[in-house]
Design a protein around this ligand. Structure first.
Ligand SMILES: Nc1ncnc2c1ncn2[C@@H]1O[C@H](COP(=O)(O)OP(=O)(O)OP(=O)(O)O)[C@@H](O)[C@H]1O
Ligand SMILES: [Mg+2]
Ligand SMILES: [Zn+2]
Length: 530
């Protein structure tokens, strides 16, 4: 017997064999049994989900010698003729190749003749959206008020292309995608019928690939059977069709956890070298991260996952946060969009793989919010404390300073500065100049003094916070400083030195630091700071 592809061999012959379209089936059955037969039906839905099959079943149901019945017998001449496709009263027209107004006029003329040997004369017009505008117009009158023995069944994958005028004259039935688990079940039946063996994962993969079209699933199965020789395994599929298996992708996840960039790039190359296309690889990774995300949210439904839930590595599910998985998914979706325009798809993939490596470090929005709350609390508390405590903190002397710390007045030159000092205005300059020869580094540090004052015998040098190093340097050279200062300020020679560090106003500084932190978290830029 001639080889027949599975899709046609398995064409459903009764409503009960039409799977996954319960709503359509129940409604059709009920209306047949109630004798409410419409003039025109419009079956719409994705490819390969049973529209043409349903149209033929409906034709048989209407014309079965024992009917109209929701269970066509399949034995009577009418049922048999329709199955073989040679019934004179069931006319199948391919809308794609009969698009003109003349084609439709021919139909209009024909409908005037009563059926040959059956109850109804049924026109099944497939791909009806391909008809031209004028052809549709020519049809309108006929489908609105055809002779009572005429039934039109239109089928289309693109219902939005059917003019509303036509749609409103039809009973419309929307066909749905077939769920992956149901598809897998159907594939299993075919495998059993053929006496073959198949790994569950292999059938799972095929049903996923079919994306809801049972015809696609059967066609792919035929192809897989042709190279599989008795036993169908995912490994064979991977080898022949270039797809990434779950083990390989799990390994990628594990490498990301390990943080070894080199290994990730090398492993990617190894997989690509087995013949997987970059695009397929990206699709597989996208589905993988999508599935991980679902599993993380507690979803185990097979039809939503790219592989059975048990196949995903527990370690990976545990390790990544929902947010990190979302980000990975976003990376790969973007990558897939970019591939089309890429100079080199492989470079794009490698770049994304590098980025995936940083996934571990990704901070979650919840953490960001927490961080911001903390910062806010800090700002609030520091502005409440105010300037007094600020100064208290500021004026601590160097650890080895002989002086207890005493608050400094804000003015750099207090009133009681010895007025008869030779050139107090130039003290710092003179001091720096005097030590330069002996200690050039110290001279530089003295230049960093922000302001100075002399109270009795105490010489105070004030440094800005950022000049702490210079201040400490000067503090360590106490004797030298006092010696030279003494000679410059001769009459009021200080005997003690006090080093003080100023701090920028605390809230301001805190604000700056916090702004920097926020900037880092969001990887942004500070545009304006005051
Ligand atoms: N709901 C279903 N139940 C059982 N088998 C189905 C179903 N849908 C599709 N099939 C299988 O797929 C084959 C193709 O189905 P059918 O021709 O009815 O799809 P269609 O919706 O008309 O697709 P297209 O839009 O591409 O014409 C059938 O022969 C059958 O083997
Ligand atoms: Mg069809
Ligand atoms: Zn019959």
């Amino acid at each position: 017997m001639a080889y027949e592809v599975t899709a046609t061999k398995k064409r459903p012959q009764t409503f009960d064999e039409l799977i996954g379209q319960e709503f359509v089936v129940t409604t059709l059955k009920n209306s047949i049994m109630a004798g409410r037969i419409a003039h025109a039906y419009l079956f719409s839905g994705p490819r390969g989900v049973g529209k043409t099959s349903a149209a033929r079943i409906l034709a048989r149901a209407l014309n079965c010698r024992k009917g109209p019945t929701d269970k066509p017998c399949g034995q009577c001449p009418s049922c048999q003729e329709i199955s073989r496709g040679n019934s004179l009263d069931v006319i199948e027209i391919d809308g794609a190749s009969n698009t003109s107004v003349n084609d439709v006029r021919a139909i209009k003329d024909e409908v005037l003749f009563a059926p040959n040997a059956s109850r109804y004369k049924i026109y099944i017009i497939d791909e009806v959206h391909m008809l031209s505008h004028s052809a549709f117009n020519a049809l309108l009158k006929t489908i609105e008020e055809p002779p009572p023995y005429i039934v039109f069944i239109f089928a289309t994958t693109e219902v939005h292309k059917i003019p509303a005028t036509v749609r409103s004259r039809c009973q419309q039935y929307t066909f749905r995608l077939i769920a992956a688990d149901l598809t897998k079940e159907m594939l299993r039946r075919v495998i059993d019928d053929l006496g073959l063996d198949a790994e569950d994962q292999a059938l799972f993969w095929i049903s996923k690939e079919a994306t809801g079209s049972l015809r696609d699933a059967y066609t792919l199965l035929d192809q897989v059977i042709s190279f599989s020789d008795k036993e169908i395994t995912l490994d064979k599929i991977r080898e022949k069709l270039g797809v990434v298996g779950i083990d390989q992708i799990n390994k990628i996840g594990e490498i990301v956890i390990s943080g070894d960039k080199r290994e990730l790039i090398e492993y990617t190359e190894q997989l690509l070298n087995t013949g997987i296309s970059v695009e397929q690889f990206v699709i597989d990774l996208t589905e993988y991260f999508r599935s991980l995300l679902f599993i993380k949210c507690g979803i185990r439904k097979e039809s939503l996952l790219s592989f059975p839930a048990e196949a995903f590595s527990g370690e990976i599910i545990e390790f990544f946060s929902t947010n990190q998985l979302e980000t990975a998914l976003e990376f790969f979706l973007t990558l897939h969009r970019n591939l089309k325009f890429s100079l080199n798809q492989r470079f794009e993939l490698e770049l994304t793989m590098q980025r995936i490596m940083d996934l571990k470090a990704l901070i979650t929005p919840a953490e960001v919010v927490q961080e911001i709350r903390k910062i806010k609390a800090e700002i609030d508390s520091s502005s409440e404390v105010g300037s007094v405590s600020e100064r208290e903190r500021t004026d601590s002397p160097l650890p080895d300073s002989p002086l207890p710390h005493s608050p400094l007045p804000d003015s750099p030159l207090p009133d009681n500065l010895s007025p008869d000092s030779p050139s107090p205005d130039n003290l710092l300059q003179d001091l720096s100049g005097a030590v330069r020869k002996e200690k050039p580094a110290l001279s530089t540090s003295i230049e960093k003094v922000d302001s100075w004052s002399l109270q009795g015998e105490v010489l105070t040098l004030k440094f800005r916070a950022e000049d702490r190093f210079s201040g400490e340097h000067v503090g360590n050279e106490r004797e030298t400083i006092l010696k030279f200062a003494g000679s410059i300020l001769s009459s009021s020679a200080p005997t003690r030195l006090k080093i003080v560090f100023m701090e920028p106003k605390a809230p301001k500084k805190a604000k700056y630091e916090q702004a920097a932190m926020v900037k880092n978290i969001f990887r942004g830029e500070i545009i304006k700071g005051e």
